[in-house]
Ligand binder design. Sequence first.
Ligand code: BTN
Length: 252
Amino acid sequence: MNTAKNRWSSAPWFRFDSISSTNTYLMDLPYNQIVEGMICSADMQTSGYGRGDRQWASPYGGLYLSILLIPDNPFKYWHLISFVMAVAAAQAIKQGFPDLQPGLKWPNDVLIGRRKIAGILVQCSQCPHPRLVVGIGINVSVKPESLPERTVFPAGIINLESSYPASIDRLRLTLKNGFFDLYREWLMNPLAIIQKWETWSTMIDKNVELSVSGKIFRGKCVGLAGDGALKIRIGTRVETFYSGDIVGIEDL
Ligand code: BTN
């Protein structure tokens, strides 16, 4: 991996002990103050949120980080940016905790076994200038009782799964460097991230259950389409899905 200085290294990094949400902070910055590659991180969030406006429990012991990017229109692959962060997270976790095997669940969750240890949220706005904020939350050493109970893919915590010492600072730095390495590659070759994502995926060639607006689709996951959509073989047909929640994966 090339973690040498890159053109984003000098962008500001805002660090907080506590903040409402690192994503909100970057989304709300006045447009004349934004710089591509800006980072906001915090030791805890008081109003962290995730996909579908769900609350993201953000106590001390978690890693909360958001990065601001400025889309270069008409680049048409921006929706794949969550895969860049997901692959960066899997790589950083594997590097810091070699006894863990992170797996990616579509569209952008990081699992250890069937436990969700990280989630990614991408937000964007167009006015008056385009901006994109990619945020990630990772449960590194939070207290288990501070996380909500979930039956489907319950929350996991890295330091309960790994025998390696958990350093949030080190993980954050590895993640940030890895993200920008991948981001630079991705700007040059945007579709290559699909294959990288598939390499870390925990779903390929497995029977999965996808919930879309309350309807459950069951079939074998055969990979991602070039645009990041999920392909599932249902009977004899391969169907392509652009949204939904994976609620079951065989053998996890
Ligand atoms: C999800 O799985 O639903 C995505 C969770 C994303 C949480 C992160 S924590 C840092 C950033 N700030 C937020 O408020 N949300 C994201």
